[in-house]
Design a protein around this ligand. Structure first.
Ligand code: FES
Length: 589
């Protein structure tokens, strides 16, 4: 008589012929028949044939798709291409959702939830019968959060970056997502920009699926994972809607199955050398300052020691090669057409650890050695760079004992050494309410200081450090001023902006003691940030200082503010640093 066993497989009661060492075998081929029944039977309701549970690598496709994260809106389609690849290579794909962080809509800031999303990713991977993972990412925080989570489990993992939007084009000119927003106030005030112009510009700057197409944080993160060796070569710059991105997804699906068979875990790729490469390549592409916080947090998860000073020591002498907004004038589609990140990596070969391993099993040097540049206006050769020294400068001084950062390539050269009178805004609300007051005592030589926007204070360290200039100064044609805060800045923004001041003002850092009228010295060539107030006066102010009240005393926000580390350590939650590995010995049944 014909039975279901004849139809659906080699026989669930048959003894396993090949005892495999896959992690998933603990779920699907356990010695206890009851457990085997439970783990397999319910999954069968999705129509999986029996061989899905027999010695085939099980691949989790971690998807950050969400309608609320438009930059990742195309990732469900990509998951299908990854699945194809996994199946072709003999693996079994299971797609799963994790918390998706949409930079644009989330309040008070998506950064508040990066560590929550990382925790979700980590625990979902560990708790399930997965042998390897593909991370589908895009918008700013979706890349670092998923990589952080995956690091704490340390399975074979490959990243598929979702890709940038096509170039924005407005009235024949390139219009960069994000970067244009920071110019908007000036355009409205000084260039007669109408509400109709604004709507037209909105439409023109988001004309396809994908993430911001400037060298903002999302593009920086895509370049970061490629530089670290976590993607197939050339992945970062392929536009989201280019058919080659789907091919990349499919090939990544094939490759992750091989990685499982090779036991090529994240920790074998994410070595100190890989992090050093990423810092140098980030300098060469003019990447976002957010790179520092995210890379530091990833290093903390995988167990590689990385200090804030490393970013300056390794990156600040690196030339800027990539002419992309906000530091330059082109966009990611141009970068891809010019040859993309492989060209930069090849140009940078004398600076890099070329033997650093990548997910395809080859070294980064080997992968990119034949890359050719097709447009030297977009990617400059290393002997004729766009800027001789780019990277990120790390400042120290009495105003930032644990450091602060500035991106010189996005700053005004003559402001890099500057002494000015502080104009202090105690909160972001005070700034927004007073900055355009014609009576505000401020001029172009002033130093704008914003408090209360660090990890604890805001909470979540929002991207408000690039404070808009006062209207009365914009009208005078002033385009830049020195600005200092304990917050972050959008990767699409620009200006002489000192960020990530640590310790932050809300936990008693000296930034919290600054008063309007104090003089501040910014000396980027000598890496100094100094408040010209003597120690006795500072001690007096400290003794009078009152810590701000917590915004919320329950829920995740409470957990976050009571455990978040300062920005120079990566702003991870202290109890999430490091990894717990992939083993889970207890079962639910
Ligand atoms: Fe998502 Fe810029 S808002 S990448």
């Amino acid at each position: 008589m014909f039975t279901l066993i004849d139809l659906f497989g080699p026989g669930i009661f048959m003894k396993e012929k090949n005892k495999n060492k896959l992690r998933s075998a603990d779920w699907f081929s356990p010695v206890d028949p009851k457990s085997a029944f439970i783990h397999r039977s319910w999954l069968r309701n999705q129509g999986y044939p029996d061989d899905y549970f027999r010695s085939r690598p099980v691949i989790g496709i971690c998807n950050t798709w969400s309608d609320l994260t438009p930059c990742n809106g195309h990732l469900r389609e990509f998951a299908e291409f990854v699945k194809r690849g996994v199946l072709e290579a003999g693996g079994v794909p299971f797609e799963f959702p994790v918390t998706s962080l949409g930079e644009i809509l989330m309040r008070p800031t998506a950064m508040l939830f990066r560590n929550l999303a990382a925790m979700d990713t980590e625990e979902t991977i560990r708790a399930n019968p997965l042998d390897g993972v593909v991370l589908l990412t895009g918008c700013d925080k979706t890349t670092p959060s998923t990589v952080m989570g995956a690091c704490s489990v340390d399975l074979p993992t490959i990243v598929v970056p979702g890709g940038p939007m096509l170039n924005g084009k407005y009235k024949g000119e390139r219009i960069g997502s994000g970067t244009f927003v920071w110019q908007l106030k000036d355009k409205i005030k000084n260039e007669g920009f109408t509400p109709e112009d604004q709507i037209e510009a909105e439409i023109c700057s988001a004309r396809s699926s994908g993430h911001c197409m400037t060298m903002g944080t999302a593009s920086t993160m895509a370049c970061m994972v490629e530089s670290l060796g976590l993607t197939l070569p050339g992945a970062a710059a392929i536009p989201a809607v280019d058919s080659r991105k789907k091919v990349l997804a499919q090939l990544s699906g094939r490759r992750i199955v091989e990685m499982v068979r090779e036991d090529l875990k994240l920790s074998k790729i994410l070595t100190r050398e890989a992090f050093e490469n990423a810092i140098k390549i980030n300098a060469a592409v003019g990447g976002s300052t957010n790179f520092i916080i995210h890379l530091t947090a990833i290093a903390g998860r995988i167990g590689v020691k990385l200090d804030l000073k490393d970013f300056d020591d390794l990156g600040s002498k690196i030339p800027l090669l990539v002419n992309l907004m906000p530091s330059g004038k082109f966009l990611m589609e141009d970068f891809f057409d010019a040859g993309g990140l492989p060209v930069v990596i090849n140009e940078m070969k004398t600076h890099l650890h070329n033997d650093a391993l990548t997910v395809n099993g080859k070294s980064i040097g080997e992968n990119n050695k034949n890359a050719e540049c097709y447009n030297q206006d977009v990617i400059f050769p290393i002997d004729k760079p766009l800027i001789a020294e780019a990277g990120i400068a790390v400042l120290y001084g009495n105003l930032c004992e644990n450091g602060a950062v500035i991106k010189p390539s996005a700053a005004t050269p003559k402001l890099m050494s500057h002494r000015g009178k502080a104009v202090v805004f105690e909160t972001i609300e005070e700034f927004l309410g007073t900055v355009d007051d014609p009576n505000l005592d401020i001029d172009e030589n002033s130093v704008m200081v914003l408090k209360g926007v660090g990890p604890v204070g805001y909470p979540g360290m929002p991207e408000v450090g690039n404070m808009e200039l006062p209207e009365k100064l914009l009208k005078k044609g002033i385009k830049d001023m020195v600005r200092i805060s304990d917050g972050r800045m959008s990767g699409t923004a620009f200006g002489t902006v000192v960020l990530h001041v640590s310790p932050e003002s809300s936990i008693g850092g000296v930034l919290g003691l600054v008063k309007s009228g104090d003089y501040i010295v910014l000396d980027v060539p000598n890496r100094k940030l100094h408040l010209e107030v003597d120690d006795t006066e500072l001690e007096k102010r400290k003794s009078e200082w009152v810590a701000p009240k917590p915004v919320l005393e329950r829920g995740y926000v409470n957990l976050y503010t009571s455990t978040v580390q300062q920005s120079h350590l990566g702003a991870d939650l202290d109890f999430l640093v490091g990894k717990s590995g992939a083993e889970v010995t207890r079962d639910a049944h």
